[in-house]
Design a binder for this molecule. Structure first.
Ligand SMILES: [Zn+2]
Length: 223
């Protein structure tokens, strides 16, 4: 399958889409957060270095991230296709990523941008409720995701809470930052002709259908 870079605003459904593609096609989902956590858990030299940086409250530098990403991409399961989530964040990282891919003889694949109206993002974010005991996620504005009993987890009966930064003001500021930071990256990939904008204003199945169509069309044309 084509490798995928996913770009989307917070709350646009990146995680859910990645999960569906993973279970349906065997994609490997690589998010930078998980990547760093996995590296630490491995406990090799690189992992120990990351652990030290994180423990001291520092930010992991780009070079280290590249190194970890490259090591991960080398692993066998990535041959089925990878979904990158949260990386690259800027054009510099995008260029470096292509260098890594070419060293590993891998293709860039497609860049998919999930497009969601800001108003809908606000609902998705401000309606989010999380179980304090098991971490299950609900949404009071989405009939498919409301708990059966108000403020109570269906799975474990724990009570639900709202994260303090899941409010409208914080979302609007996060969204503005997202647009500002992402635009240069979108322009960059648009010029490369591998960018696809997917309407993600409806449910996950609708989003998934569009993504599958993109992947299938590409598969047909390369036959
Ligand atoms: Zn629960």
């Amino acid at each position: 399958m084509e490798n995928i870079i996913l770009i989307a605003a917070p709350g646009a459904g990146k995680g859910t889409l990645a999960k569906s593609l993973k279970s349906k096609y065997g994609y490997v989902h690589i998010s930078t957060g998980d990547l760093l956590r996995d590296a630490v858990n491995k406990g090799d030299d690189l992992g120990l270095r990351v652990k030290d940086i994180l423990a001291s409250g520092g930010l992991v530098d780009d070079e280290t991230v590249y190194e970890i990403l490259k090591a991960r991409l080398k692993e066998d399961d990535c041959k089925k296709g990878v979904i990158l989530d949260g990386f690259p964040r800027n054009v510099l990282q995008a260029v470096k990523y292509e260098e890594i891919l070419s060293e590993l003889n891998m293709n860039l694949g497609v860049v998919i941008v999930l497009d969601v109206e800001e108003e809908l993002l606000v609902k998705r974010i401000t309606g989010r409720r999380i179980c304090k005991d098991c971490g299950e996620i609900y949404n009071i504005y989405n009939p498919m995701m409301t708990p059966k009993k108000e403020n109570t987890c269906d799975k474990c009966g724990g009570s639900l809470y709202q994260r303090s930064d899941d409010n409208e003001e914080a979302l609007k500021s996060r969204y503005a930052t997202y647009l500002e930071k992402t635009q240069p990256l979108i322009d960059y990939y648009q010029k490369k002709n591998n960018l696809y904008i997917v309407d993600s204003n409806k449910d996950i199945n609708y989003t998934l259908e569009q993504v599958e169509k993109i992947l299938n069309d590409l598969g047909d044309s390369s036959d």
